[in-house]
Write a protein that binds this ligand. Sequence first.
Ligand code: BES
Ligand code: ZN
Length: 458
Amino acid sequence: MSNVQNYIDENIKTFEKQLFELLRIPSVSTDSNRKGDVKKAAEFLIDQLKTIGLDKVTLHETPGHPIITAEKCPHDDQPTVLIYGHYDVQPSDPDELWETPAFEPTVKNGRVYARGASDDKGQSFTHIKSLEAYLKTGTELPVNVKLILEGEEEIGSPNLVPFIKANKDLLSCDMVLISDTAMFGEDQPSITYGLRGLAYMEIHITGPNRDLHSGVFGGAVENPANVLCEIIAKLKDEDGVVQVEGFYDDVEPMTPEMRDAYKALPHDDEAYKESLGLKALHGEKGYSSLERASARPTLDVNGLWSGYQGEGAKTVLPAKAGAKVSMRLVPDQDPDKIASLFKKHVESLAPDTVTVEVEAHHGGHPVVIDLDFYGLKAAAKAFGDIYDKEVLFSREGGSIPIVADFKKVLGVNSILMGFGLTKDALHSPNESFSLKDFHRGIKTSARFLEVLPDFVEQ
Ligand code: BES
Ligand code: ZN
């Protein structure tokens, strides 16, 4: 085994260079102009997987972006780990806020800055390099390993669910291993055992048949931008409680044990506030920041448009207004049900002076993973060994919708062993990933595969 760990130490600079090559490819899944780049990223990974010597390396075309699978399964009597990751990234905009270009990886203070550095190219690449360390040193893998990499996570994995349903044998496994979450703090290994779900909506408000002079018509004609603001203002009350009728009906209440577990986690509201440059924190009354950001459901405007956005002033009464709204969900909220409750609620708030249309985008189910699962225990052992610190277990507020589908379709738990940090600035300008965590992540992945057989339940 020390062979494997030594190989990682000796080759870390090469691994970094390869990661930077991947980060240079702008594989933005939501942007149709980038379709070729998403494919390029997939081909880069295919090449990597073939070079390190995995079996059955395959690029599967889909109606959207490709899915990659590969495997190395030398055992009949050992568990099979399916490693999942995504090679697509969020858009880089607003580009002017990046200190160095989003797709020119730049190293500063031990961190690489680039879109996808942490989410999820850097994190998922750790597993590829850990497999390389086994295969290139001729060390037999202690367990069976399969790999699935997708290019559509950031747009809700529309083609992955049908793919896993159609390829149950190819993907059959005992657990899924995912590095696409954050650690609880710097040098603090942590395993995420809960993720929120998502319902993503879009509101369109249409008023007059053209933009109007706001002096000539203002006062006599309803303004879609005003209506949009009024509707949005009614979606939450002053205590941060979502007003969509039925929104909380299926929410699993927090038990005293859950709340105690949250209290036991190291967290400092002052530092949190300062790190975000905020004057004050905000959220649902009666809950702590950590609870609000992971165990409670939310509603947030993600985008808003109407009227004149250019320099100076233009006196205009806009004909249209729109907003994108996301709701993060917790067990046992159902994304489809929440989407239809939202639609009904917004429509009920619409005055008859304008047309209000509500459309649902992608969604995802929330998940909570059983802490007794042996795979989680093995991951905690490996993570703790490499970071030389006891592992914390926490729930997180982000979503990886496919985790619920892995459970539903393949019947397996996922291990969320993330090496990122909140300060990695996922989805924001200047996303980054610590190269030290990249290195420790590769070592943790290798260690996990090594210790897993010791944790298998008889
Ligand atoms: N890596 C994130 C999810 C995440 C980040 C989970 C931090 C926990 C902590 C993932 O790539 C992501 O951003 N997912 C999207 C899913 C959506 C587009 C369906 C999200 O959460 O917005
Ligand atoms: Zn993401």
